[in-house]
Design a protein around this ligand. Structure first.
Ligand SMILES: [Ca+2]
Length: 716
């Protein structure tokens, strides 16, 4: 394999020399007579969780990445290359749309729920292959998708003509369960090699037409399955086995890049191909991965989470052996690819990236750029978060808080995980890329300027449309009680609670998932009879997963403790009245097993309504305007149900609950005038409880019987 490197590398150096000769004249589509001029191929190679310091061009000390390095020899190394998010899925949403993913609520990993097509990039967003197709491009994706698992979210439904890979967040490297298009298969080769094989095949099969290849390796994401011996042997110098496995995984990735380059060379396409290489986020906080000299890791907005290896190559157009030090973003790839291919970006939306070509070629002076990051969290007043999360992620008693950053070259203002709730830090990255010296106390004016830029950007975004908080271990979650002979396996309606994954009309504005069911009580013909009942919540058909031992009061929320045993524990009790409907609502988050559950039971004299927003007046409010929001229900509500307008200026961390007035199916409520530049989020909420004095997200969510989707405006 080493000899292949050398051959490969020599050939690439030859290509670079050719490119250098060409760059002095006008651009000639050298040797690419098959493809029309002005239609370069686009190859976007994405690594997964590859640390900034784990490529040799960034100083990796104990193994080399000659093929990835070769891109820097033949192209432009972007020393300040960023992605838009410190972890996989939202980073990819920004990458493929060219828009900050917070504009469309994509801020968390989507739950695995194939029945919910809303857990992915919204249908109205346009992906890069959809932009390139009108110019005659054939578009192929190989590798890890991680942009939703519902059938309507498959890559072949989002612009790619071909797809080979997997849909979720990770895959074993051996015997991987993959899809070709929508057809399932089991891959027998080592997964990284298989993705390389498919990428090579795609290039070979489409060499005579313009193509876009999105090659999204899952390397070097976990699981850390030991790579084939041929890779392990090449890093035998590394004594720490975890590091050696990680290094061998990186070699497989690097070899893959080499084979892609070699194939382009063999097809005489190298000079007519614009190649991007980057990682989707920084390395994890593990001792065998390396972000040095950056501080911080994946899941944080310090440089180590978002500042990645980033190279752009286009021999003959871009200079070779060049280093571009101004900030660039993964958002720029859509804009650059569109410009390079003569494709039109839709003009009905904001694009956040730049066409990098004039700057990378040096034909224009680099602009002053401001880049933004945010991973939103409701904070201590939000619903409980993953109880197994590291202390650095969770906050006591509630949800994680928001982390964010803004970089306006060379200054960066950052509220990273360790600073949630504290003043942000200011760093000068030009001389302190390791973010070691906080300049905020000494430079308050810079802090204020950057914070103002961030606030302005923040107002244009919407709250996350979901949070990744489903505890799959507790499914099915059932009500085993005197009403069904305490059958812990009874998954029939209404005893099985339905999992509701946001964002749906039944979800919450802040994206929390629910388990829900409604029981009809009647002396005859109901699901159960009036009177006192005893029951337990049972998860996973197992006595080891129960929540029980509590007297449940109707129309309030209560924590029900966890119980693990070999038989039913002491039951919950609830008193039910004749002729009513009782809706059980349970906030759903990671790791409920072992901890208590927040349960609310709400009573209505008719089946609960669903609710939606039906209008906003005026549509473009100024600072003088109260905003009237119209709300409609699916059917006339019961006397017990209350209709609220829930509005917020902080993404529902705190909310104003206004009782809506109206009757039948039509209601309205008014948001008072707000200052210019204020972003306002709102939705309609149904509860049987007086929520007008309640502001905290966690409390409102627990007592939400139904909600609309969220709407948003910025005061002009
Ligand atoms: Ca990743």
């Amino acid at each position: 394999m080493r000899s292949q490197f050398c051959v490969n590398r020599r050939s690439i150096v030859r290509a670079a020399i050719t490119a250098l000769l060409l760059i002095t004249g006008s651009f000639v589509s050298s040797g690419a007579a098959q493809t029309p001029p002005g239609h370069p191929n686009i190859v976007l190679i994405l690594a997964d969780d590859l640390g900034y310091g784990d490529v040799s061009f960034n100083g990796c000390p104990d193994f080399t990445t000659p093929n990835i390095d070769s891109l820097t020899n033949t192209g432009v190394r972007c020393s300040n290359g960023y992605v838009t998010h410190p972890f996989c899925s939202p980073s990819r949403a920004g990458l493929l749309t060219g828009r900050y993913q917070q504009r469309f609520g994509y801020e968390n990993q989507p739950s695995v729920d194939a029945s919910n097509p809303r857990l992915g990039i919204p249908a109205q967003e346009v992906l890069l292959p959809q932009i390139l197709k009108p110019a005659g491009y054939v578009c192929g994706m190989v590798g890890k998708w991680h942009l939703g698992v519902a059938s309507s979210l498959n890559p072949t439904k989002r612009g790619f003509d071909e797809f080979f890979g997997f849909l979720g967040s990770e895959s074993p490297y051996y015997n991987a369960a993959l899809l070709r298009g929508t057809t399932r298969l089991t891959e027998t080769a080592y997964l990284t090699d298989a993705f390389t094989r498919e990428a090579v095949s795609f290039i070979q099969r489409h060499a005579t037409q313009p193509f876009f290849l999105y090659l999204a390796y899952n390397a070097v994401h976990k699981p850390y399955n030991t790579p084939p011996k041929s890779y392990m042997d090449r890093v035998a110098n590394i004594t720490n086995n975890s590091r050696r496995v990680y290094a061998a995984m990186t070699l497989a990735l690097d070899d893959g890049v080499g084979q892609v380059l070699q194939t382009l060379q063999q097809q005489n396409l190298l000079n007519n191909t614009l190649i991007f290489f980057l990682s989707d986020n920084g390395a994890r906080n593990v001792p065998f991965a390396r972000n040095y000299p950056l501080r911080g890791y994946k899941f944080n907005v310090l440089e180590g989470g978002i500042h990645v290896p980033f190279v752009v190559q286009w021999p003959g157009v871009l200079p070779a052996h060049a280093v571009y030090d101004q900030p660039v973003s993964s958002l720029d790839i859509v804009a650059t690819a569109a410009a390079a291919t003569g494709s039109q970006l839709p003009n009905d939306r904001v694009y956040d990236g730049l066409n990098l070509m004039p700057y990378l070629t040096g034909s224009q002076v680099s602009p002053q750029r401001t880049l933004f990051w945010r991973w939103f969290g409701l904070g201590k007043d939000g619903p409980p978060c993953d109880l197994n999360a590291p202390a650095t992620i969770k906050s006591s008693g509630g949800s994680p808080g928001t982390i964010w950053a803004v970089r306006s070259s060379p200054l960066k203002l950052v509220s990273e995980r360790a600073r949630v709730g504290k003043p942000p830090a200011l760093y000068n990255l030009q001389n302190d890329v390791g973010e070691t010296q906080d300049l905020a106390p000494a430079q308050p004016a810079d802090v204020a300027t950057l914070k103002s830029l961030y606030d302005q950007w923040n107002s244009q975004t919407i709250p996350p449309r979901w949070v990744d908080n489903t505890d799959l271990n507790i499914q099915p979650l059932v009500l085993a009680g005197d009403w069904n002979a305490y059958n812990k396996n009874d998954a029939a309606t209404p005893w099985r609670l339905t999992r509701i994954t946001a964002p749906g009309v039944e979800g919450t504005p802040d994206g929390f998932n629910y388990f829900a069911t409604t029981i009809r009580v009647a002396a005859t013909g109901g699901n159960t009879t009036p009177g006192s009942h005893s029951f337990t919540f049972v998860g996973g058909n197992s006595y080891s997963k129960q929540w029980t031992g509590t007297a449940i009061n109707v129309d309030s929320a209560i924590s029900v403790p966890f119980f693990s045993g070999k038989a039913f524990g002491p039951p919950n009790t609830v008193s039910l009245e004749d002729g009513y409907y009782y809706s059980f609502r349970i906030l759903d988050w990671h790791s409920q097993v072992g901890s208590s559950m927040k349960v609310a039971v709400m009573k209505t004299s008719a089946p609960p309504v669903a609710v939606r927003l039906s209008g906003q007046t005026p549509t473009a409010p100024t600072s003088n305007d109260p905003v009237v929001v119209s709300i409609s229900t699916t059917h006339p509500k019961s006397v017990e149900e209350r209709v609220y307008l829930r509005w917020s200026t902080d993404m529902f961390v705190s909310s104003h609950m206004i009782a809506a007035s109206g009757s039948g199916q039509n209601y309205a409520a008014t948001i008072p005038p707000q200052q210019v530049g204020t972003g306002v989020q709102y939705c309609a909420v149904i509860s049987t409880v007086d929520l007008t004095p309640v502001a905290a997200s966690g409390a409102i969510d627990s007592l939400t019987l139904a909600t609309s989707s969220v709407s948003h405006f910025v005061v002009q």
